[in-house]
Design a binder for this molecule. Structure first.
Ligand code: HEC
Length: 388
């Protein structure tokens, strides 16, 4: 099944209008310039991390929103929005230009296709391919002759053999549209090809999501799925290198934590290594198991409960406010990620963080004040503990 992005009718109708004034064209890759909430039908849906990349489905200029695809846990795609002022064009390279060029050709935006192909040729890695494609595309666009269209069919077959199904498919679909009924028959198994491209495209989107959430084990699985369908997909290969390196580093932190907790007075170091490991890779099974094993000690340093001993160590405070703060902190602030060690940043850094996160998570000013009161008291408590 090809993943279909379900657009609400109102957005489909906006499409034509948005295209006219769009700063970002459909298919273009953008990335978040700040942490932001993605919205589904106008409601906060899921957090997007700074740097997370999305292909644009369309831009709603009237409302200042970009519509992008998001895959739910069960794999179903939905269209979500991100404010246009929270994204910028993602850095492009020869590959992205090449792919975007053939997609523009497929969509009969021939000027754009030519421009992108010329830009792709500036990248040494794709120069040969781009310069080989340019005259063939140009020839077919200007003459629409059976011979020139036949050449493009051949080219699509070659691109597939080079391990680039997504290029082959866009080109071959473009030939259908350019040639109409006069186009020679395709030489590709289009049903199979479409399925492979759909699989790798979906895997790429889900890899980006998983990386943003630091779920690298999940990301690695998605990368495998994607590369099985499309073995030379450069975006997946680039992500694979990064993901594997970070997983290795997380494994190292896990080994450090395990070693530390076995030695006398090693617990604080073990907790620090554990936290660093989980920040790299939140779904690393051995780190999760170790965290569970050390949950008592971990809780004492991330979110100690408000007890009489806590109040004494904190030098007083309103027990009711602090208990509420603890509850908000451990419930609301864990919706998207784990808690940090409470002594890992300064009060002013926590203030900034709590403000920034609350804006996204819809936590009001009064609740923020309680969370901050709790964090400040808990820092005193953690710091008063002898580092055993
Ligand atoms: C809706 C999801 C969501 C909620 C709820 C949330 N966060 Fe976050 N948080 C994120 C994301 C996504 C990141 C990754 C970095 C970014 O986007 O800024 C993050 C990162 C962080 C970081 C690490 C930043 C860094 O520079 O390493 C801290 C600390 C943090 N959050 C604290 C909190 C606190 C405190 C709360 C509760 C007030 C909270 N978060 C609630 C989504 C959330």
């Amino acid at each position: 099944m090809a993943p279909r992005i379900l657009l609400p009718i109102s957005l489909v109708l906006l499409h034509a209008h948005a295209l006219a004034a769009a700063a970002f064209a459909p298919g273009e890759l953008v990335r978040a310039t700040r942490g932001e909430m993605l919205q589904l039908e106008g409601k906060n849906y899921v957090g997007a991390a700074k740097g997370q990349e999305f292909p644009v489905l369309l831009q709603d200029t009237a409302r200042g929103l970009i519509v992008v695809p998001f895959y739910k846990k069960d794999g179903a795609p939905v269209s979500v929005t991100i404010p246009a002022d929270a994204v910028e064009a993602a850095p492009h390279d020869g590959w992205l230009d090449l792919l975007a060029s053939l997609e523009a050709f497929r969509d009969q935006r021939y000027d754009l296709a030519r421009q992108l192909l010329a830009r792709s040729a500036q990248d040494e890695k794709y120069r040969a391919l781009a310069t080989a494609l340019a005259p063939r595309l140009q020839g077919a666009i200007s003459s629409r002759s059976a011979a020139s269209l036949g050449t493009l069919r051949e080219t699509a077959t070659q691109l597939e053999k080079l391990g680039h199904p997504c290029l082959a498919l866009a080109l071959d679909e473009g030939v259908d549209r350019l040639g109409g009924t006069t186009a020679p028959a395709t030489k590709l198994n289009r049903a199979e090809l479409s399925q492979r491209v759909a699989t790798s495209t979906r895997a790429l989107a889900r890899t980006r999501q998983a990386v943003a959430m630091r779920c690298l084990i999940n990301a690695n699985d998605e990368i495998h799925t994607g590369l099985e369908a499309e073995p030379n997909r450069p975006e997946l290969k680039a992500l694979q290198i990064k993901v594997q390196k970070d997983i290795e580093e997380a494994a190292q932190k896990c080994a450090d934590a395990d070693r530390m907790r076995r030695i006398f007075k090693g617990t604080p170091h073990a907790l620090t290594a554990l936290e660093m490991g989980l920040k790299l890779c939140a779904d690393y099974p051995q780190l999760i198991a170790l965290k569970k094993e050390m949950s008592g000690a971990f809780e004492e340093r991330t979110a100690p409960p408000v007890t009489p001993a806590f109040l004494t160590a904190a030098g007083g405070g309103d027990a009711k406010v602090l208990t509420e703060g603890h509850s908000l902190y451990t419930n609301r602030c864990t919706e998207c990620h784990d808690l940090e060690l409470i002594d890992s940043r300064s009060v002013s850094s926590w203030e900034k963080m709590v403000g920034n996160m609350s804006r996204r998570a819809g936590i009001d000013g009064e609740q923020q004040a309680r969370i901050m009161a709790y964090i400040m008291a808990a820092q005193k408590v953690v710091e008063s503990k002898p580092q055993e």
